[in-house]
Design a protein around this ligand. Structure first.
Ligand code: SAM
Length: 271
């Protein structure tokens, strides 16, 4: 076990996000990769069997489900002990797999370097801004010279939030889903209007980022939203250069990119 000290170090907003993740383990059952993740997996494919991978915020093992059997070695880490337990159950028996409880802000206990480091599904957004910078430094220090780092992060272009509740493609075919969705949509729109009233979007745009209640986890998480151009600059400050930015449909985008995309995946290399 890696992380008791690192976990104890977290301050209130993170503790609160961390607790939500620990409570919401049962939400993470879908094991499929998202389109942006498939795009990047295709890029890695020619050398996938030679890759030593570190999967930060591994959750219940969604990305490990695909990657662990493909890569040479796989280390998954999460600050929620219950997430790690679930990932262990899922990836049990897979050779070369190690799953650790620990905080991505302090990777000093891992004394190895990696070819590919992943922090998927906007998990990096759950730490406060200073913590994000600590993570970027830690990640940079664990990358091999030709290594790659992929993470996804919410986009400031999504603010103010759209008041229409996104439909779940997973449940769309279930009987009664449409009725449920339209009733749930009324409550959702009310909550989003309230959140939007609390935003100062012009200031956030000038600064390049904001921390706002996120609709995931029933608004109990506070997430970082960032302007992609600011994100590129921030990465450079931590010795990371952006190789590609991928949208939710798995397409590469070039900046500036106007639009209301909820998040992007960034693929980075050491400068
Ligand atoms: C949205 S879930 C994503 C889980 C998984 N990566 C996936 O894509 O399905 C975010 C995960 O990141 C973990 N997490 C968030 N901040 C973390 C941190 N600072 N250190 C380690 N894990 C963290 C949470 O506990 C949670 O399991």
């Amino acid at each position: 076990m890696l992380g008791a000290a690192a976990i104890a170090k977290c301050e209130w907003p993170v503790e609160s996000n961390q607790q939500v993740f620990d409570e919401d383990v049962s939400l993470f059952t879908d094991m499929s990769l998202m389109p942006a993740e498939r795009t990047i997996l295709r890029r890695l494919a020619p050398r996938i069997h030679e890759i030593d991978m570190l999967d930060l915020g591994v959750g219940t093992g969604r990305t490990g489900w695909t990657y662990a059997p493909l890569v040479r070695s796989y280390v998954g880490l999460d600050y929620s002990p219950r997430m790690v337990e679930a990932a262990k159950r899922r990836l049990d028996g897979e050779p070369g797999v190690e799953l650790l409880v620990g905080d991505a802000r302090d990777l000093t206990a891992i004394d190895r370097e990696f070819d590919f480091i992943l922090f998927s599904f906007n998990a990096i957004d759950a730490v406060p801004p200073e913590g994000r910078r600590e993570i970027l430094d830690q990640v940079r220090s664990k990358m091999r010279p030709d290594g790659l780092f992929q993470f996804s992060t919410h986009s400031l272009g999504a603010l103010p939030f759209d008041t229409r509740r996104p439909l779940s493609h997973r449940y769309a075919a279930l009987p009664g889903y449409r009725l449920y969705a339209s009733l749930a949509g009324i409550r959702y729109a009310r909550r989003i209007r309230e959140i939007n009233r609390g935003l100062d979007v012009p200031t956030a745009r000038r600064r390049g980022w904001d921390v706002v209640p996120s609709m995931s986890h029933n608004f109990r998480i506070r997430d970082y939203y960032v302007d992609p151009q600011f994100q590129v600059k921030q990465l450079l400050e931590h010795g990371l250069e952006v190789v590609a930015i991928i949208d939710n449909k798995g397409r590469e985008v070039k900046l500036p990119h106007p639009g209301r995309d909820p998040w992007f995946d960034y693929l980075c290399a050491p400068v």
